[in-house]
Design a protein around this ligand. Structure first.
Ligand code: HEM
Length: 520
């Protein structure tokens, strides 16, 4: 019997044709559904089947995704759409439009965070702020908010001061004139601070912390990088179950998790014991640990169990380290390239230092220009774009400009938003004054680098405090120049976070202060 006479052949042919017809119908329906968006500008170079998908994938692989969104915004304007196959991703880059879209859309429920990235966050180690929404997110955020108000983080100034001092000592100890990579130094700074505040680990390198293992900055950083990279892979499509296969990357993931969990668990168990036995004598426990956020949160929010606290602590270590560290590296290099701004900043620091004998909570109020440098840096180099795009749950009008049909993904380019000349005059220039109490500052969008809406950054005030303190101290003690001049700022990696690929090597020179007693 020839194949043409076989019943099976015709059944098979019928099934294939049916699948083909269904696929064409789905394709046609999607095309029709999103047709209205075809009037928005769209990048060239896509193909009829995959749309701009191949360009996006290539950019992610080359670690230039945010750069691509920025370049397209320059070419196509503040609202454009790229296509992955038939599915649209609308990109916004007007800072106020981004802010309003996120705030209003999430408030009235028409826009929700995409399930994939939420799952990817929660898959790092368990449900966390970044991966939850609705009531699950609310109780978590409520618990942490109080620990991160400007007042609450202001109390940590002496700890931040000591951590910055350690970095100053490290730079002083480096051989004179030799390049020092600034970015890893700032990673050490921010990790020590968040570990101290969160877990009660002293910021001083050699002091022990008998509540758990010591903080080994490079190893914790390595483990965090593995977990962060895994988030990215899952967020862009990798199947979550792949972590159970015997592959190299799965092994690395489990090793990283084990290492971080061993660092955290003894502390978390102790915090839970303290919660369960409040009347026991805990005087053996160090005051730093008793005052840590972990102990306070465990006592305050009994919904948190061991696994929940481990997951949230990992999130805070990840969110609180690289972001501020890279922003400091960018600020350092911008100051080096803008001597007038640096000079003005240094005069303010010197004056304040002489008046108060160092940086104190009182003197901090006079350092708003330094804080403005940090904000301005974040405008020019927003290290985090916002991790989670939104999806229209229903047909959603975006400020009377267009309607996003149900299922449309909406994302944004903070890089392009920060350089929008309709809001920021001379957008390529470092102009800290624009953030100070001027007429212009009243109309500026918020520092959108910290995100928008409900999930806006929890650590914003802490980060500004760290940034201001570290920059003020560096200005006080050193002159510096970039080893690779402006190219450090051009050679950036743009995926989950934006950072300088070369680690920002800098040559520091100790300042010859007029009188030695000026250095306190
Ligand atoms: C320059 C420094 C920082 C930048 C640029 C930054 C940026 C951001 C952005 C853009 C978001 C929103 C993410 C989203 O929409 O999905 C965010 C959220 C968050 N940030 Fe930051 N961040 C910084 C520092 C910190 C610090 C120091 C901490 C903590 C110690 C922190 C903890 C968090 C947490 C926990 C969230 C999630 C909030 C939520 O989902 O409710 N961040 N951050």
């Amino acid at each position: 019997m020839s194949i043409l006479e076989s019943r099976f052949f015709y059944e098979f042919l019928g099934a294939v044709s049916a699948v083909g017809v269904i696929a064409i119908l789905v394709w046609g329906k999607q095309r029709y559904l999103y047709n209205g968006l075809r009037s928005l500008p769209s990048p060239q170079g896509g193909n009829w089947l995959f749309g701009n998908g191949p360009q996006i994938l290539a950019a992610v692989k080359a670690k230039k995704y945010f750069k691509l969104l920025f370049d397209w915004a320059k070419e196509l304007g503040p609202i454009y759409v790229y296509w992955v196959g038939n599915r649209p991703v609308v990109i916004l880059s007007d800072p106020k439009l981004i802010e309003n879209t996120i705030i209003n859309g999430m408030k009235n429920g028409s826009l929700i965070r995409t399930e994939r990235s939420s799952k990817a966050w929660n898959d790092i180690s368990g449900p966390i702020l970044l991966g939850t929404s609705g009531t699950e997110w609310q109780w978590r955020r409520k618990a942490w908010n109080l620990e991160f108000t400007p007042n609450a983080v202001g109390k940590y100034l002496p700890i931040i001061d000591r951590a910055c001092d350690r970095i100053i000592e490290k730079i002083k100890a480096a051989p004179s004139g030799s390049p020092v990579k600034a970015d890893p130094l700032f990673v050490e700074l921010t990790m020590r601070i968040i570990s101290c505040l969160l877990l009660g680990v002293p910021v001083e390198k050699n002091s022990s912390s008998h509540e758990g293992p010591p903080l080994d900055v490079p190893r914790v950083y390595q483990a965090m990088s593995v977990l962060g990279y895994r988030f990215l892979k899952v967020a862009i499509g990798e199947k979550m179950w792949l972590k159970y296969l015997p592959t190299k990357s799965a092994r690395e993931y489990w090793e990283a998790r084990k290492y971080i969990e061993e660092f955290l668990t003894p502390r978390i168990d102790l915090a839970l014991q303290m919660r369960d036995n409040p009347d026991k004598d805990w005087s053996e426990v160090s005051p730093l640990f008793r005052e840590s956020m972990l102990v306070k949160i465990a006592a305050k929010e009994t919904k948190y169990d061991r696994a929940g606290l481990i997951a949230e602590s990992i999130e805070l270590l990840i969110a609180g380290t690289d972001t501020t560290a890279h922003s400091l590296s960018f600020a350092l290099s911008e100051l080096s390239l803008n001597p007038k701004v640096a000079e003005k900043a240094r005069n303010i620091v010197d004056r304040t230092w002489e008046k108060y004998g160092g940086i104190t909570s009182e003197s901090f109020k006079e350092l708003s220009y330094i804080g403005a440098i940090f904000k301005e840096t974040l405008r020019l180099y927003p290290v985090a774009n916002g991790s989670t795009s939104l999806e229209a749950k229903q047909n959603t009008p975006i400020e009377d400009i267009f309607v996003a049909p149900r299922g449309t993904s909406i994302y944004w380019s903070v890089l392009a938003a920060g350089r929008d000349e309709r809001y920021y005059h001379n957008p390529e220039e470092l102009i800290p004054d624009r953030w100070l109490r001027t007429e212009e500052s009243q109309t500026l969008p918020l520092t959108i680098g910290f995100g928008s809406g409900l999930h806006r950054c929890l650590g914003e005030h802490l980060s500004l405090l760290e940034g201001t303190m570290m920059l003020a101290m560096l200005l006080r003690y050193f002159d510096w120049e970039l080893v690779n001049s402006g190219s450090s700022l051009e050679n950036l990696q743009h995926n989950l976070l934006v950072f300088p690929v070369d680690g920002m090597p800098v040559k520091f020179k100790q300042r010859e202060l007029l009188a030695p007693n000026r250095v306190s």
